[in-house]
Design a protein around this ligand. Sequence first.
Ligand SMILES: Nc1nc2c(ncn2[C@@H]2O[C@H](COP(=O)(O)OP(=O)(O)OP(=O)(O)O)[C@@H](O)[C@H]2O)c(=O)[nH]1
Ligand SMILES: [Mg+2]
Length: 523
Amino acid sequence: METGKPGPVQVVLVQKDQHSFELEEKALASILLQDHIRDLDVVVVSVAGAFRKGKSFFLDFMLRYLYFQKEGGRSNWLGDSEEPLTGFSWRGGSDPETTGIQIWSEVFTVEKPGGKKVAVVLMDTQGAFDSQSTVKDCATIFALSTMTSSVQIYNLSQNIQEDDLQQLQLFTEYGRLAMDEIFQKPFQTLMFLVRDWSFPYEYSYGLQGGMSFLDKRLQVKEHQHEEIQNVRNHIHSCFSNVTCFLLPHPGLQVATSPDFDGKLKDIASEFKEQLQTLIPFVLNPANLMEKEINGSKVTCRGLLEYFKAYIKIYQGEDLPHPKSMLQATAEANNLAAAASAKDIYYNNMEEVCGGEKPYLSPDILEEKHCEFKQLALDHFKKTKKMGGKDFSLRYQQELEEEINELYENFCKHNGSKNVFSTFRTPAVLFTGIVALYIASGLTGFVGLEVVAQLFNCMVGLLLIALLTWGYIRYSGQYRELGGAIDSGAAYVLEQATSHMGNSTQAAVREAVVGRPPADKKAQ
Ligand SMILES: Nc1nc2c(ncn2[C@@H]2O[C@H](COP(=O)(O)OP(=O)(O)OP(=O)(O)O)[C@@H](O)[C@H]2O)c(=O)[nH]1
Ligand SMILES: [Mg+2]
Protein backbone atom coordinates (compact mmCIF):
# COMPACT_ATOMS: atom_id res chain seq x y z
CA MET A 1 0.00 0.00 0.00
CA GLU A 2 2.76 2.37 0.98
CA THR A 3 4.44 1.83 -2.36
CA GLY A 4 1.30 3.18 -4.01
CA LYS A 5 0.31 -0.04 -5.74
CA PRO A 6 -3.17 -1.13 -4.68
CA GLY A 7 -3.50 -4.58 -3.18
CA PRO A 8 -5.33 -6.63 -0.58
CA VAL A 9 -4.75 -5.51 3.00
CA GLN A 10 -5.20 -7.76 6.00
CA VAL A 11 -7.50 -5.97 8.42
CA VAL A 12 -8.54 -8.83 10.66
CA LEU A 13 -5.75 -11.22 11.52
CA VAL A 14 -6.55 -14.74 12.67
CA GLN A 15 -4.22 -16.78 14.78
CA LYS A 16 -5.46 -20.15 13.63
CA ASP A 17 -3.73 -22.15 16.39
CA GLN A 18 -4.92 -19.91 19.17
CA HIS A 19 -8.27 -19.18 17.56
CA SER A 20 -7.85 -15.52 18.27
CA PHE A 21 -8.65 -12.43 16.25
CA GLU A 22 -6.87 -9.15 16.02
CA LEU A 23 -7.73 -5.95 14.25
CA GLU A 24 -4.95 -4.42 12.20
CA GLU A 25 -6.09 -1.00 13.21
CA LYS A 26 -3.27 0.96 11.60
CA ALA A 27 -3.74 -0.71 8.25
CA LEU A 28 -7.48 -0.23 8.36
CA ALA A 29 -7.15 3.40 9.41
CA SER A 30 -4.69 4.12 6.62
CA ILE A 31 -7.33 2.99 4.13
CA LEU A 32 -10.48 4.39 5.69
CA LEU A 33 -9.08 7.70 6.85
CA GLN A 34 -7.72 8.83 3.50
CA ASP A 35 -8.67 12.47 3.05
CA HIS A 36 -10.75 12.11 -0.08
CA ILE A 37 -13.04 9.39 1.27
CA ARG A 38 -13.12 9.57 5.06
CA ASP A 39 -16.31 11.61 5.17
CA LEU A 40 -18.10 9.81 2.36
CA ASP A 41 -20.83 7.33 3.18
CA VAL A 42 -19.47 3.86 2.69
CA VAL A 43 -20.73 0.85 0.77
CA VAL A 44 -19.04 -2.37 1.84
CA VAL A 45 -19.37 -5.34 -0.50
CA SER A 46 -18.29 -8.53 1.21
CA VAL A 47 -18.10 -12.12 0.01
CA ALA A 48 -18.33 -14.88 2.60
CA GLY A 49 -18.95 -18.62 2.68
CA ALA A 50 -17.22 -21.99 2.75
CA PHE A 51 -13.54 -22.30 1.81
CA ARG A 52 -12.25 -23.13 -1.70
CA LYS A 53 -15.40 -22.05 -3.49
CA GLY A 54 -14.06 -19.23 -5.64
CA LYS A 55 -14.80 -16.21 -3.44
CA SER A 56 -11.55 -14.37 -4.08
CA PHE A 57 -11.73 -15.34 -7.75
CA PHE A 58 -15.14 -13.72 -8.00
CA LEU A 59 -14.02 -10.59 -6.15
CA ASP A 60 -11.22 -10.12 -8.66
CA PHE A 61 -13.79 -9.78 -11.40
CA MET A 62 -15.52 -7.13 -9.33
CA LEU A 63 -12.20 -5.32 -9.12
CA ARG A 64 -11.86 -5.51 -12.88
CA TYR A 65 -15.27 -3.96 -13.26
CA LEU A 66 -14.56 -1.15 -10.77
CA TYR A 67 -11.22 -0.30 -12.36
CA PHE A 68 -12.82 -0.36 -15.77
CA GLN A 69 -15.50 2.08 -14.56
CA LYS A 70 -12.92 4.26 -12.88
CA GLU A 71 -10.85 4.53 -16.03
CA GLY A 72 -13.97 5.27 -18.05
CA GLY A 73 -13.33 2.38 -20.44
CA ARG A 74 -15.72 1.73 -23.28
CA SER A 75 -15.00 -1.74 -24.57
CA ASN A 76 -15.70 -4.93 -22.66
CA TRP A 77 -14.93 -4.69 -18.93
CA LEU A 78 -14.20 -8.43 -18.67
CA GLY A 79 -10.88 -7.67 -20.31
CA ASP A 80 -8.46 -9.40 -22.59
CA SER A 81 -8.82 -13.13 -23.13
CA GLU A 82 -5.09 -13.69 -22.46
CA GLU A 83 -4.89 -11.63 -19.29
CA PRO A 84 -4.34 -13.55 -16.03
CA LEU A 85 -6.72 -12.69 -13.19
CA THR A 86 -5.10 -10.72 -10.37
CA GLY A 87 -6.21 -8.88 -7.26
CA PHE A 88 -7.21 -10.68 -4.07
CA SER A 89 -5.07 -13.76 -3.88
CA TRP A 90 -6.81 -16.83 -5.27
CA ARG A 91 -5.47 -20.19 -6.35
CA GLY A 92 -6.37 -23.78 -7.04
CA GLY A 93 -5.75 -26.66 -4.67
CA SER A 94 -7.49 -28.04 -1.65
CA ASP A 95 -5.91 -25.98 1.12
CA PRO A 96 -7.45 -22.72 2.24
CA GLU A 97 -5.96 -19.49 0.91
CA THR A 98 -7.57 -16.36 2.33
CA THR A 99 -7.29 -15.88 6.08
CA GLY A 100 -9.12 -13.46 8.33
CA ILE A 101 -10.62 -10.45 6.58
CA GLN A 102 -8.94 -8.51 3.83
CA ILE A 103 -10.04 -5.35 2.10
CA TRP A 104 -8.79 -3.81 -1.11
CA SER A 105 -6.46 -0.92 -0.38
CA GLU A 106 -8.07 1.29 -2.99
CA VAL A 107 -11.45 2.65 -2.01
CA PHE A 108 -13.49 3.43 -5.11
CA THR A 109 -15.71 6.47 -5.35
CA VAL A 110 -18.95 5.87 -7.19
CA GLU A 111 -21.66 8.37 -8.06
CA LYS A 112 -25.17 7.30 -7.14
CA PRO A 113 -28.09 8.25 -9.42
CA GLY A 114 -28.87 11.44 -7.44
CA GLY A 115 -25.27 12.61 -7.93
CA LYS A 116 -24.18 11.65 -4.42
CA LYS A 117 -20.69 10.20 -4.14
CA VAL A 118 -20.16 7.09 -2.05
CA ALA A 119 -17.05 5.12 -1.15
CA VAL A 120 -17.01 1.46 -2.18
CA VAL A 121 -14.93 -0.98 -0.16
CA LEU A 122 -14.41 -4.58 -1.30
CA MET A 123 -14.01 -7.19 1.41
CA ASP A 124 -12.70 -10.76 1.12
CA THR A 125 -13.10 -13.23 3.95
CA GLN A 126 -11.60 -16.45 5.17
CA GLY A 127 -13.45 -19.50 3.93
CA ALA A 128 -15.56 -21.23 6.54
CA PHE A 129 -15.37 -24.87 7.61
CA ASP A 130 -11.70 -25.54 6.89
CA SER A 131 -10.03 -28.19 9.04
CA GLN A 132 -8.19 -25.76 11.33
CA SER A 133 -11.02 -23.48 12.33
CA THR A 134 -13.65 -24.08 14.95
CA VAL A 135 -17.29 -23.30 14.40
CA LYS A 136 -16.79 -20.23 16.54
CA ASP A 137 -13.95 -19.00 14.30
CA CYS A 138 -16.07 -19.35 11.18
CA ALA A 139 -19.06 -17.77 12.82
CA THR A 140 -16.93 -14.86 13.96
CA ILE A 141 -15.62 -14.12 10.50
CA PHE A 142 -19.09 -14.42 9.07
CA ALA A 143 -20.57 -12.20 11.77
CA LEU A 144 -17.86 -9.57 11.50
CA SER A 145 -18.22 -9.34 7.76
CA THR A 146 -22.01 -9.25 7.95
CA MET A 147 -22.02 -6.59 10.61
CA THR A 148 -19.56 -4.35 8.80
CA SER A 149 -20.85 -4.77 5.25
CA SER A 150 -23.87 -3.38 3.48
CA VAL A 151 -23.89 -6.00 0.74
CA GLN A 152 -23.13 -9.50 1.95
CA ILE A 153 -22.66 -12.04 -0.82
CA TYR A 154 -23.13 -15.49 0.64
CA ASN A 155 -21.10 -17.72 -1.66
CA LEU A 156 -22.50 -21.27 -1.84
CA SER A 157 -21.71 -24.26 -3.94
CA GLN A 158 -24.31 -25.99 -6.06
CA ASN A 159 -27.32 -25.51 -3.81
CA ILE A 160 -28.75 -23.75 -0.78
CA GLN A 161 -28.48 -26.37 1.95
CA GLU A 162 -29.98 -26.43 5.39
CA ASP A 163 -26.60 -26.06 7.06
CA ASP A 164 -25.96 -22.94 4.97
CA LEU A 165 -29.08 -21.46 6.45
CA GLN A 166 -28.08 -22.59 9.91
CA GLN A 167 -24.94 -20.48 9.63
CA LEU A 168 -27.16 -17.50 9.10
CA GLN A 169 -29.20 -18.43 12.11
CA LEU A 170 -26.40 -17.32 14.43
CA PHE A 171 -27.02 -13.79 13.32
CA THR A 172 -30.75 -13.75 13.09
CA GLU A 173 -30.82 -13.76 16.86
CA TYR A 174 -28.78 -10.60 16.97
CA GLY A 175 -31.05 -9.20 14.32
CA ARG A 176 -34.14 -9.81 16.38
CA LEU A 177 -32.60 -8.31 19.48
CA ALA A 178 -31.40 -5.27 17.65
CA MET A 179 -34.82 -4.83 16.13
CA ASP A 180 -36.47 -4.90 19.52
CA GLU A 181 -34.57 -1.80 20.38
CA ILE A 182 -34.37 0.08 17.13
CA PHE A 183 -37.35 -1.16 15.14
CA GLN A 184 -35.24 -1.44 12.04
CA LYS A 185 -33.69 -4.20 10.03
CA PRO A 186 -30.11 -4.51 11.23
CA PHE A 187 -28.56 -5.63 7.96
CA GLN A 188 -29.06 -4.61 4.38
CA THR A 189 -28.49 -6.65 1.27
CA LEU A 190 -27.95 -10.40 1.39
CA MET A 191 -27.25 -12.17 -1.87
CA PHE A 192 -27.15 -15.93 -2.06
CA LEU A 193 -24.65 -16.63 -4.83
CA VAL A 194 -24.98 -20.25 -5.88
CA ARG A 195 -21.92 -21.41 -7.84
CA ASP A 196 -21.84 -24.37 -10.24
CA TRP A 197 -25.59 -24.35 -10.54
CA SER A 198 -26.40 -27.60 -12.34
CA PHE A 199 -30.13 -27.48 -12.80
CA PRO A 200 -30.81 -24.63 -15.23
CA TYR A 201 -33.67 -26.68 -16.63
CA GLU A 202 -35.47 -26.19 -13.31
CA TYR A 203 -34.39 -22.66 -12.47
CA SER A 204 -32.58 -20.70 -15.14
CA TYR A 205 -29.17 -19.10 -14.51
CA GLY A 206 -29.15 -15.57 -13.28
CA LEU A 207 -31.25 -13.43 -11.03
CA GLN A 208 -34.70 -14.40 -12.14
CA GLY A 209 -34.15 -18.12 -11.75
CA GLY A 210 -32.33 -17.41 -8.50
CA MET A 211 -35.23 -15.47 -7.04
CA SER A 212 -37.78 -18.15 -7.74
CA PHE A 213 -35.40 -20.81 -6.42
CA LEU A 214 -34.88 -18.76 -3.25
CA ASP A 215 -38.60 -18.32 -2.75
CA LYS A 216 -38.96 -22.05 -2.81
CA ARG A 217 -36.01 -22.65 -0.47
CA LEU A 218 -37.15 -20.11 2.05
CA GLN A 219 -40.67 -21.43 2.22
CA VAL A 220 -41.64 -22.38 5.74
CA LYS A 221 -42.94 -25.92 5.94
CA GLU A 222 -44.74 -27.47 8.84
CA HIS A 223 -42.50 -30.49 9.30
CA GLN A 224 -39.34 -28.36 9.65
CA HIS A 225 -37.68 -28.01 13.00
CA GLU A 226 -38.71 -24.86 14.81
CA GLU A 227 -35.16 -23.49 14.71
CA ILE A 228 -35.00 -23.80 10.96
CA GLN A 229 -38.40 -22.20 10.60
CA ASN A 230 -37.10 -19.31 12.65
CA VAL A 231 -34.14 -18.83 10.32
CA ARG A 232 -36.43 -18.62 7.37
CA ASN A 233 -38.74 -16.23 9.10
CA HIS A 234 -35.95 -14.04 10.25
CA ILE A 235 -33.83 -13.79 7.13
CA HIS A 236 -36.33 -11.41 5.60
CA SER A 237 -36.77 -9.46 8.77
CA CYS A 238 -33.01 -9.09 9.32
CA PHE A 239 -32.00 -8.14 5.80
CA SER A 240 -33.86 -5.40 4.03
CA ASN A 241 -33.11 -6.93 0.68
CA VAL A 242 -32.56 -10.63 -0.09
CA THR A 243 -31.63 -11.84 -3.55
CA CYS A 244 -30.23 -14.95 -5.15
CA PHE A 245 -28.16 -15.49 -8.28
CA LEU A 246 -27.50 -18.82 -9.96
CA LEU A 247 -24.07 -18.98 -11.59
CA PRO A 248 -23.12 -21.79 -13.97
CA HIS A 249 -19.99 -23.95 -13.67
CA PRO A 250 -16.91 -22.10 -15.02
CA GLY A 251 -15.59 -25.15 -16.87
CA LEU A 252 -13.17 -27.92 -16.06
CA GLN A 253 -10.07 -25.83 -16.74
CA VAL A 254 -11.05 -23.45 -13.92
CA ALA A 255 -12.04 -26.15 -11.49
CA THR A 256 -9.32 -28.72 -12.05
CA SER A 257 -6.33 -27.41 -13.98
CA PRO A 258 -3.27 -26.64 -11.82
CA ASP A 259 -1.97 -24.26 -14.52
CA PHE A 260 -5.09 -22.17 -14.78
CA ASP A 261 -4.21 -18.54 -14.01
CA GLY A 262 -7.52 -16.87 -14.66
CA LYS A 263 -7.26 -16.23 -18.39
CA LEU A 264 -10.67 -15.61 -19.88
CA LYS A 265 -10.04 -17.97 -22.78
CA ASP A 266 -10.02 -20.87 -20.30
CA ILE A 267 -13.34 -19.96 -18.73
CA ALA A 268 -16.64 -21.35 -19.99
CA SER A 269 -18.56 -18.80 -22.04
CA GLU A 270 -21.78 -19.49 -20.11
CA PHE A 271 -20.01 -18.44 -16.92
CA LYS A 272 -18.63 -15.27 -18.51
CA GLU A 273 -22.04 -14.40 -19.86
CA GLN A 274 -23.62 -14.62 -16.43
CA LEU A 275 -20.73 -12.66 -14.88
CA GLN A 276 -21.57 -9.89 -17.35
CA THR A 277 -25.02 -9.68 -15.78
CA LEU A 278 -24.13 -10.39 -12.18
CA ILE A 279 -21.28 -7.98 -11.55
CA PRO A 280 -22.84 -4.89 -13.17
CA PHE A 281 -25.98 -5.75 -11.19
CA VAL A 282 -24.20 -5.95 -7.83
CA LEU A 283 -22.09 -2.88 -8.51
CA ASN A 284 -24.82 -0.86 -10.18
CA PRO A 285 -24.71 2.53 -8.39
CA ALA A 286 -28.47 2.32 -7.85
CA ASN A 287 -28.06 -1.01 -6.03
CA LEU A 288 -25.05 -0.02 -3.93
CA MET A 289 -26.59 0.60 -0.54
CA GLU A 290 -24.64 2.71 1.89
CA LYS A 291 -23.90 0.95 5.15
CA GLU A 292 -26.56 1.90 7.66
CA ILE A 293 -26.63 1.22 11.36
CA ASN A 294 -29.69 2.17 13.30
CA GLY A 295 -31.00 4.10 10.33
CA SER A 296 -27.93 6.33 10.04
CA LYS A 297 -25.54 6.08 7.17
CA VAL A 298 -21.99 5.20 8.13
CA THR A 299 -18.98 7.06 6.78
CA CYS A 300 -15.58 5.50 6.19
CA ARG A 301 -14.40 7.01 9.44
CA GLY A 302 -17.43 5.62 11.24
CA LEU A 303 -16.74 2.19 9.81
CA LEU A 304 -13.36 2.18 11.54
CA GLU A 305 -15.09 2.74 14.88
CA TYR A 306 -17.50 -0.13 14.22
CA PHE A 307 -14.64 -2.46 13.40
CA LYS A 308 -12.92 -1.51 16.63
CA ALA A 309 -16.04 -2.06 18.67
CA TYR A 310 -17.07 -5.33 17.03
CA ILE A 311 -13.67 -6.99 17.17
CA LYS A 312 -13.63 -6.45 20.93
CA ILE A 313 -16.72 -8.55 21.49
CA TYR A 314 -15.25 -11.44 19.53
CA GLN A 315 -11.98 -11.55 21.41
CA GLY A 316 -13.44 -13.46 24.33
CA GLU A 317 -13.55 -17.23 24.74
CA ASP A 318 -17.19 -17.81 23.90
CA LEU A 319 -19.46 -16.63 21.18
CA PRO A 320 -20.69 -13.24 22.25
CA HIS A 321 -24.16 -12.77 23.56
CA PRO A 322 -26.34 -10.76 21.20
CA LYS A 323 -26.81 -8.20 23.94
CA SER A 324 -23.11 -7.43 23.91
CA MET A 325 -23.24 -6.95 20.15
CA LEU A 326 -25.94 -4.42 20.71
CA GLN A 327 -23.88 -2.71 23.37
CA ALA A 328 -20.88 -2.62 21.04
CA THR A 329 -22.99 -1.15 18.28
CA ALA A 330 -24.24 1.55 20.62
CA GLU A 331 -20.69 2.27 21.69
CA ALA A 332 -19.44 2.50 18.14
CA ASN A 333 -22.44 4.67 17.25
CA ASN A 334 -21.47 7.17 19.87
CA LEU A 335 -17.74 7.00 19.16
CA ALA A 336 -18.32 7.58 15.46
CA ALA A 337 -20.58 10.55 16.15
CA ALA A 338 -18.02 11.99 18.58
CA ALA A 339 -15.18 11.50 16.10
CA SER A 340 -16.95 13.38 13.35
CA ALA A 341 -18.04 16.13 15.75
CA LYS A 342 -14.42 16.52 16.86
CA ASP A 343 -13.38 16.75 13.24
CA ILE A 344 -15.88 19.55 12.66
CA TYR A 345 -14.38 21.51 15.54
CA TYR A 346 -10.82 20.81 14.46
CA ASN A 347 -11.32 21.70 10.81
CA ASN A 348 -13.11 24.93 11.64
CA MET A 349 -10.44 25.97 14.13
CA GLU A 350 -7.72 25.08 11.61
CA GLU A 351 -9.39 27.44 9.16
CA VAL A 352 -9.21 30.24 11.69
CA CYS A 353 -5.88 29.80 13.43
CA GLY A 354 -4.17 26.62 12.24
CA GLY A 355 -0.84 26.12 10.51
CA GLU A 356 0.33 29.18 8.66
CA LYS A 357 -2.62 31.41 9.66
CA PRO A 358 -1.49 34.68 11.28
CA TYR A 359 -1.69 35.40 15.00
CA LEU A 360 -5.20 35.91 16.37
CA SER A 361 -6.17 37.89 19.42
CA PRO A 362 -6.94 35.52 22.34
CA ASP A 363 -10.43 37.03 22.77
CA ILE A 364 -11.41 36.29 19.20
CA LEU A 365 -9.85 32.85 19.48
CA GLU A 366 -11.98 32.08 22.51
CA GLU A 367 -15.09 33.36 20.77
CA LYS A 368 -14.38 31.10 17.79
CA HIS A 369 -13.70 28.20 20.13
CA CYS A 370 -17.10 28.61 21.78
CA GLU A 371 -18.86 28.90 18.45
CA PHE A 372 -17.25 25.81 16.94
CA LYS A 373 -17.55 23.81 20.11
CA GLN A 374 -21.27 24.44 20.06
CA LEU A 375 -21.38 23.46 16.39
CA ALA A 376 -19.61 20.19 17.15
CA LEU A 377 -21.83 19.42 20.13
CA ASP A 378 -24.95 20.13 18.08
CA HIS A 379 -23.69 17.75 15.43
CA PHE A 380 -23.07 15.07 18.05
CA LYS A 381 -26.51 15.55 19.58
CA LYS A 382 -28.40 15.43 16.34
CA THR A 383 -26.64 12.28 15.05
CA LYS A 384 -28.85 9.25 15.65
CA LYS A 385 -27.33 7.04 18.28
CA MET A 386 -28.26 3.85 20.07
CA GLY A 387 -28.15 3.24 23.79
CA GLY A 388 -30.25 6.11 25.08
CA LYS A 389 -29.53 9.60 26.35
CA ASP A 390 -27.64 8.73 29.51
CA PHE A 391 -25.38 6.40 27.60
CA SER A 392 -24.46 9.07 25.08
CA LEU A 393 -23.93 11.70 27.78
CA ARG A 394 -20.71 9.93 28.74
CA TYR A 395 -19.41 10.24 25.19
CA GLN A 396 -20.55 13.84 25.02
CA GLN A 397 -18.52 14.67 28.12
CA GLU A 398 -15.48 12.93 26.66
CA LEU A 399 -15.98 14.90 23.47
CA GLU A 400 -16.09 18.17 25.41
CA GLU A 401 -12.89 17.28 27.24
CA GLU A 402 -11.13 16.41 24.01
CA ILE A 403 -12.30 19.67 22.43
CA ASN A 404 -10.98 21.61 25.41
CA GLU A 405 -7.63 19.87 25.05
CA LEU A 406 -7.56 20.76 21.39
CA TYR A 407 -8.37 24.36 22.31
CA GLU A 408 -5.41 24.49 24.70
CA ASN A 409 -3.15 23.32 21.91
CA PHE A 410 -4.60 25.86 19.52
CA CYS A 411 -3.98 28.58 22.13
CA LYS A 412 -0.37 27.52 22.53
CA HIS A 413 0.14 27.34 18.80
CA ASN A 414 -1.48 30.76 18.35
CA GLY A 415 0.59 32.25 21.17
CA SER A 416 3.80 31.04 19.57
CA LYS A 417 2.93 33.07 16.48
CA ASN A 418 2.91 36.30 18.46
CA VAL A 419 6.02 38.26 17.34
CA PHE A 420 6.33 39.80 20.79
CA SER A 421 6.40 36.48 22.52
CA THR A 422 9.06 35.25 20.09
CA PHE A 423 11.31 38.19 20.81
CA ARG A 424 10.43 38.53 24.47
CA THR A 425 13.52 36.84 25.85
CA PRO A 426 16.13 38.62 23.69
CA ALA A 427 14.31 41.93 24.25
CA VAL A 428 14.42 41.49 28.04
CA LEU A 429 18.06 40.43 27.96
CA PHE A 430 18.98 43.28 25.66
CA THR A 431 17.16 45.85 27.81
CA GLY A 432 18.93 44.44 30.87
CA ILE A 433 22.31 44.71 29.15
CA VAL A 434 21.70 48.32 28.11
CA ALA A 435 20.38 49.31 31.57
CA LEU A 436 23.29 47.65 33.39
CA TYR A 437 25.79 49.16 30.96
CA ILE A 438 24.44 52.63 31.62
CA ALA A 439 24.41 51.94 35.36
CA SER A 440 28.02 50.78 35.27
CA GLY A 441 29.00 53.93 33.31
CA LEU A 442 27.22 56.17 35.81
CA THR A 443 28.61 54.47 38.91
CA GLY A 444 32.10 54.50 37.35
CA PHE A 445 31.67 58.20 36.65
CA VAL A 446 30.84 58.99 40.29
CA GLY A 447 33.81 56.92 41.44
CA LEU A 448 32.06 53.74 42.68
CA GLU A 449 34.50 51.50 40.85
CA VAL A 450 33.56 48.29 42.68
CA VAL A 451 29.86 48.68 41.91
CA ALA A 452 30.69 49.56 38.31
CA GLN A 453 32.74 46.38 38.01
CA LEU A 454 29.85 44.40 39.43
CA PHE A 455 27.49 45.86 36.83
CA ASN A 456 30.04 45.06 34.13
CA CYS A 457 30.14 41.45 35.28
CA MET A 458 26.36 41.28 35.07
CA VAL A 459 26.46 42.76 31.55
CA GLY A 460 28.90 40.01 30.62
CA LEU A 461 26.66 37.32 32.08
CA LEU A 462 23.57 38.62 30.29
CA LEU A 463 25.54 38.82 27.06
CA ILE A 464 26.53 35.18 27.45
CA ALA A 465 22.90 34.29 28.18
CA LEU A 466 21.78 36.15 25.04
CA LEU A 467 24.34 34.40 22.83
CA THR A 468 23.51 31.01 24.36
CA TRP A 469 19.79 31.59 23.81
CA GLY A 470 20.47 32.54 20.16
CA TYR A 471 22.55 29.40 19.64
CA ILE A 472 19.90 27.18 21.24
CA ARG A 473 17.16 28.65 19.07
CA TYR A 474 19.29 28.23 15.99
CA SER A 475 20.54 24.70 16.64
CA GLY A 476 17.59 23.27 18.56
CA GLN A 477 20.02 21.70 21.09
CA TYR A 478 20.08 22.09 24.91
CA ARG A 479 16.42 23.05 24.85
CA GLU A 480 16.09 22.74 28.61
CA LEU A 481 18.70 25.44 29.14
CA GLY A 482 16.84 27.57 26.59
CA GLY A 483 13.63 27.01 28.52
CA ALA A 484 15.34 28.11 31.73
CA ILE A 485 16.55 31.33 30.11
CA ASP A 486 13.04 31.92 28.71
CA SER A 487 11.37 31.45 32.07
CA GLY A 488 14.00 33.66 33.77
CA ALA A 489 13.28 36.42 31.28
CA ALA A 490 9.52 35.91 31.66
CA TYR A 491 9.87 36.20 35.45
CA VAL A 492 11.86 39.42 35.23
CA LEU A 493 9.35 40.84 32.77
CA GLU A 494 6.43 39.86 34.97
CA GLN A 495 8.02 41.45 38.04
CA ALA A 496 8.86 44.59 36.14
CA THR A 497 5.39 44.96 34.60
CA SER A 498 3.59 44.27 37.87
CA HIS A 499 5.79 46.81 39.62
CA MET A 500 5.22 49.31 36.86
CA GLY A 501 1.54 48.46 36.89
CA ASN A 502 1.33 49.08 40.64
CA SER A 503 3.15 52.37 40.48
CA THR A 504 1.06 53.49 37.50
CA GLN A 505 -2.10 52.52 39.36
CA ALA A 506 -0.90 54.42 42.42
CA ALA A 507 -0.15 57.46 40.31
CA VAL A 508 -3.55 57.30 38.64
CA ARG A 509 -5.27 56.86 42.00
CA GLU A 510 -3.35 59.83 43.35
CA ALA A 511 -4.32 61.95 40.39
CA VAL A 512 -8.00 61.03 40.58
CA VAL A 513 -8.68 60.65 44.34
CA GLY A 514 -6.06 62.98 45.63
CA ARG A 515 -3.39 62.18 48.24
CA PRO A 516 -3.63 59.09 50.45
CA PRO A 517 -5.75 59.46 53.66
CA ALA A 518 -2.66 59.58 55.95
CA ASP A 519 -1.59 62.74 54.21
CA LYS A 520 -5.11 64.17 54.54
CA LYS A 521 -4.95 63.58 58.28
CA ALA A 522 -1.66 65.41 58.48
CA GLN A 523 -3.24 68.40 56.75
N1 LIG B 1 -16.05 -25.21 -9.36
C1 LIG B 1 -15.77 -23.93 -9.34
N2 LIG B 1 -14.52 -23.55 -9.12
C2 LIG B 1 -14.25 -22.24 -9.12
C3 LIG B 1 -15.23 -21.24 -9.37
N3 LIG B 1 -14.65 -20.04 -9.33
C4 LIG B 1 -13.36 -20.25 -9.04
N4 LIG B 1 -13.10 -21.56 -8.94
C5 LIG B 1 -11.85 -22.23 -8.61
O1 LIG B 1 -11.84 -22.45 -7.21
C6 LIG B 1 -10.51 -22.42 -6.71
C7 LIG B 1 -10.44 -21.57 -5.47
O2 LIG B 1 -10.65 -20.22 -5.76
P1 LIG B 1 -10.48 -19.09 -4.65
O3 LIG B 1 -11.04 -17.84 -5.25
O4 LIG B 1 -9.09 -19.06 -4.15
O5 LIG B 1 -11.46 -19.65 -3.55
P2 LIG B 1 -11.82 -19.06 -2.11
O6 LIG B 1 -13.24 -19.34 -1.85
O7 LIG B 1 -11.40 -17.62 -2.05
O8 LIG B 1 -10.92 -19.93 -1.17
P3 LIG B 1 -10.42 -19.62 0.32
O9 LIG B 1 -9.76 -18.28 0.27
O10 LIG B 1 -9.47 -20.71 0.62
O11 LIG B 1 -11.62 -19.65 1.17
C8 LIG B 1 -9.66 -21.94 -7.86
O12 LIG B 1 -8.97 -23.02 -8.41
C9 LIG B 1 -10.62 -21.38 -8.86
O13 LIG B 1 -10.16 -21.59 -10.17
C10 LIG B 1 -16.57 -21.69 -9.61
O14 LIG B 1 -17.51 -20.90 -9.82
N5 LIG B 1 -16.77 -23.04 -9.58
MG1 LIG C 1 -10.12 -16.64 -0.89
